[in-house]
Design a protein around this ligand. Structure first.
Ligand code: AHM
Ligand code: MG
Length: 329
């Protein structure tokens, strides 16, 4: 079913969410509220990013659980999203790239779990290059009335009830799916609203662009090296921003492939399964594309820890098939 049928471009996000809720007679409105909470945090983070003054730009002076330097905006975005989800009341527990442990909101009766990277590609903040927020939403497995459990958070990507990203670029966009297609909304800051701008997004089956950090090519698996050689023979264009959301978004609109494979040094690559790979994999599939680790489907992976990493090959379906062929030769 296509989420956007009958809703014209220009529909506000709030109205869109409300109309979609009406399609499900037994919906309680909790997921709708949760999506609105995410949109609210997105507006605030968008404002902080575009302000980019000395309070928001630069290193925070600490490292996150991955041992990476936190930027001030990483910390600000983390706080803003957690606050919005806590105040909204629909989320019991959050997994964040910026926090080692589970974050319990105190909403022990809430049914939802959110896994998020509050600000991805944050090494690009200081140079005014697009960054993004990525989120995946799960229904808790444990009974309400208590904190969410680790098991609630370690669900397969197929269990996501919604997922999305916010792109902080030349304009701010929110793209999400609830499993009924993918829709994109563009933020109009003067009105404080997201408006439907990209209904029923579909990724072309093939494209002529590839996105990867080519400096690492000698460490890539042989199958990926050979695929890269194929891309060059075909005269595809290399397009790599180093912000996953921005690279993914471009490929979603134009067709293309993004890959961050494992390497001889880091077998599982760099990206995190729960809050980077799974949400984008859900969107890619809903848009008619694919997401794999080179061979196997991302959404079928059984997570074993919160911050686990996973190779990612994502984008246009025929291109992903081609990679799988090279990987299994
Ligand atoms: P981050 O979560 O620390 O920002 O890292 C994820 C980012 C992705 O957005 C991007 O595609 C990738 O790391 C870039 O990594 P590299 O600099 O190794 O190419
Ligand atoms: Mg990240």
């Amino acid at each position: 079913m296509n989420d956007a049928l009958a809703l014209p471009v220009g529909t506000t996000l709030d109205r869109f969410i409300m109309k979609k809720q009406e399609d499900f007679p037994f919906a309680t409105g909790e997921l709708s509220q949760l999506l609105r909470d995410i949109a609210l945090a997105a507006k605030i983070v968008s404002r902080e990013i575009s302000r980019a003054d000395q309070d928001t730009v630069g290193k925070f002076g600490k490292q996150n659980i991955q041992g990476e330097d936190q930027q001030k905006l990483d910390v600000i975005a983390n706080i803003r999203f957690i606050r919005a989800l806590r105040n909204g009341g629909e989320v019991c527990t959050i997994v964040s790239e910026e926090e080692e442990n589970l974050i319990h909101t105190g909403n022990s009766h809430a049914k939802y779990i959110v896994a998020m990277d509050p600000l991805d590609g944050s090494s690009n903040i200081d140079v005014n290059i697009p960054t993004g927020t990525i989120f995946g939403i799960y229904r808790r497995l444990s009974d309400g009335g208590q904190e969410g459990t680790l098991e609630d958070c370690l669900q397969k990507g197929t269990q996501q009830v919604a997922a999305g990203y916010i792109l902080y670029g030349a304009s701010t966009m929110l793209v999400y799916t609830t499993g009924c297609g993918v829709n994109g909304f563009t933020y109009e800051p003067s009105l404080g609203e997201f408006f439907l701008s990209h209904p029923d997004m579909k990724i072309p089956d093939r494209g002529k662009q590839y996105s990867c950090n080519e400096a690492n090519v000698s460490d890539f698996p042989l199958g990926i090296q050979n695929y890269l050689a194929f891309c060059k023979e075909q005269k595809y264009s290399s397009r790599y921003i180093g912000s996953l959301v921005a690279d993914f978004h471009r490929n979603l609109l134009k067709g293309g492939i993004y890959f961050y494979p494992g390497s001889s040094k880091n077998k599982t690559g760099k990206l995190r399964l729960l809050y980077e790979c799974n949400p984008l994999a859900f969107i890619a599939e809903q848009a008619g594309g694919q997401a794999t680790d080179g061979i196997d489907r991302i959404l079928d992976k059984e997570p074993s820890e919160l911050h686990e990493r996973c190779p990612l090959v994502i984008g246009s379906s025929e291109m992903i098939d081609k990679v799988r062929k090279y990987m299994t030769l």
